[in-house]
Design a protein around this ligand. Structure first.
Ligand SMILES: Cc1cc2nc3c(=O)[nH]c(=O)nc-3n(C[C@H](O)[C@H](O)[C@H](O)COP(=O)(O)OP(=O)(O)OC[C@H]3O[C@@H](n4cnc5c(N)ncnc54)[C@H](O)[C@@H]3O)c2cc1C
Length: 519
């Protein structure tokens, strides 16, 4: 294995943990990182951005947060420092080639017709296939000089919430071109750095489009800079469960959603008759849990007519939940943030036109907090039209990744970090471990057909509970069920607790997997 050439693309959470586990297996991967900094989204988020997951859930099993960090939701600098310390501690930093963007990848050595026909992944179900195929990566440096790098296996860790912004489309003459002011994306705002960004918005009428994490953070910063004199307007298409903490009526809601018992309340991919029956019988309890949380979290929302139309449970199932920036509702009450609810919007010379208002929202700057096109980013990596056409599947299906990592028809390659959970670092780590075991020859993948069948089962699950958001590939509410499968593949005991009661009712988190050592 040490002679095999493994390339990791990206040095965010996923790339770092993938590299760490490969190093443990005696493989020294080359990690290509486009940025000059390590940490992915945490290197560039606005300063006011904090974790959304509670710290104990967003930690590597074998690398606890330093004692100096006591916040439940550490800020983005603390997260970046933590990742930096992890990379140094495990020797990952030495493998990272900063300022190296992979601009294209080509699979060579085996003809495409043969690859299409393979019934076993990579021809034989093993990480390096028959040994004939390899990946050629075209890598650009900061001056756009290109070099070719050859790898026997590629781990794509390019992230989902950066790179390719999701900008809505508009009819001719109704888009940003009609507007006299400045239009940027939250990504551009974050890249500027806090000082410059604050200078840019100072004394300006800012309109932020969107009502999820990045939009909320940017709006909070603008409101803090301009106060009520120049309120920041947020255009909200969909109301979301934006909550202050994971406690409802003083009760930790993780106890309702992140233990084995809570997973009995949900229909699972590939479940047998008994589990199916149990999930059906327990459905009212799931409804009750959701209502319990909603009854608490909706209190401040009601005042601003911001109670979502979908249930709290659905928000968790889709990973579409956010922690409010500190004092969010205070800013709404004092008027430094103004909300405009509108299903559609367009631009005019003076600003943004929303439904039900005769005059536009007069603006100097409009900031799109409308997210990213993470799937397009994956497609763009491939030079082959065939891989481009299958990489992320049609929009009517989920992104087809077995164990949320392996595309059944793309050999010698894994994608880490596309599929989400409620604590992505925790999920990235166990995936990194699983992948390193596969690459080290610890197990073989099932046939292409079997993998596709499994993907379909997960797709049914996503569609059942996530409705239109199924492509978010969020496994958050079934993280234990999912981890069980990875543990089984690695030949490890998936039951990580000391007693049946703990197994059923205690929250599962990173520390439960601290002694997971696949042989
Ligand atoms: C504002 C914000 C807050 C968040 N809060 C939470 C949270 O509280 N909890 C949670 O679980 N998740 C959160 N997330 C999700 C977050 O994306 C994940 O937790 C995690 O950091 C993702 O890590 P990653 O390595 O998969 O991707 P990224 O962090 O996006 O890293 C990808 C890396 O790949 C590099 N790269 C991309 N393309 C190329 C290329 N072609 N060549 C070379 N390098 C490339 C990028 O430069 C980047 O460094 C948040 C995301 C954002 C944006």
């Amino acid at each position: 294995m040490e002679k095999k050439r493994v390339a990791v693309v990206g040095a965010g959470v996923s790339g770092l943990t993938a590299c760490k586990h490969l190093l443990e297996r005696g493989c020294r991967p080359a990690v290509f990182e486009a940025d000059k900094l390590l940490g992915g989204v945490w290197a560039r988020a606005p300063d006011c951005t904090s974790l959304q997951s509670e710290r104990p859930m967003y930690q590597f099993s074998d690398f606890p947060w330093p004692e100096s960090v006591t916040e439940v939701f550490p800020d983005r600098r603390q997260v970046a420092d933590y990742l930096d310390a992890y990379a140094r501690h495990f020797g990952v930093l030495d493998c990272v080639r900063f300022g190296r963007r992979v601009v294209g990848m080509e699979y060579v050595g085996v003809g495409e017709e043969e690859v299409v026909e393979w019934e076993e992944w990579a021809g034989c179900g093993e990480a390096f296939g028959s040994g004939e195929g390899e990946w050629r990566l075209t890598v650009a440096d900061a001056e756009d000089n290109m070099e070719t790098h050859v790898a026997d296996f590629v781990v794509l860790c390019i992230g989902r919430f950066s790179g390719v912004p999701n900008i809505p489309t508009f009819p001719q003459g109704k888009g940003p071109e009609a507007f006299d002011g400045q239009v940027i994306h939250t990504m551009d705002y974050a890249k500027m750095g806090t000082k410059k960004a604050n200078e840019m918005v100072k004394g300006k009428r800012v309109t932020v489009i969107g009502y999820l994490k990045s939009a909320l953070d940017v709006a909070a910063e603008c409101a803090d800079v301009n106060g009520t004199e120049y309120p920041c307007t947020m255009v909200v298409r969909t109301k979301h469960w934006i909550i202050p903490s994971y406690y409802a009526w003083g009760f930790p809601i993780s106890n309702l959603y992140l233990n084995r018992f809570s997973e009995f309340l949900i229909h699972k991919p590939g479940e047998g008759f008994l589990l199916c029956l149990l999930a059906t019988i327990l459905t009212p309890l799931r409804w009750l849990f959701s209502k319990f949380a909603e009854s608490y979290y909706s209190i401040p929302m009601k005042k601003h007519d911001m109670v979502p139309e979908h249930s709290f449970f659905e928000a968790l199932a889709t990973c579409l939940i956010a922690i409010t920036p500190k004092d969010h509702y205070k800013r709404l009450d004092e008027g430094s943030i103004v909300l405009k609810k509108s299903k559609t919007f367009s631009f005019c010379k003076e600003g943004v036109v929303v439904e039900g208002e005769s005059s536009p929202i007069k603006s100097d700057i409009v900031i799109f907090g409308t997210g990213f096109k993470g799937d397009q980013k994956i497609t763009n990596m491939f030079t082959s039209e065939y891989f481009q056409s299958i990489a992320v599947g049609p929009i009517s299906s989920t992104v087809p990744l077995y164990r949320e990592c392996i595309h059944p028809k793309i050999p010698q390659l894994a994608v880490l970090g596309y599929s989400e959970s409620l604590a992505n670092l925790y999920t990235a780590e166990i995936r990194g471990k699983w992948l390193a075991h596969l690459i080290d020859g610890g197990f073989r993948l099932p046939s292409v057909k079997a993998m596709q069948g499994d993907i379909l089962e997960w797709e049914k699950f996503m569609k059942r509970y996530s409705r239109v958001y199924f492509r978010r590939s969020c496994i958050g509410l079934l993280h234990i069920w999912y981890n069980d499968q990875l543990c089984q593949d690695m030949g490890c005991n998936p039951r990580r607790k000391n007693s049946i009661l703990a197994e059923l009712f205690e929250v599962y988190g990173p520390r439960d997997y601290v002694n997971l050592h696949p042989k």
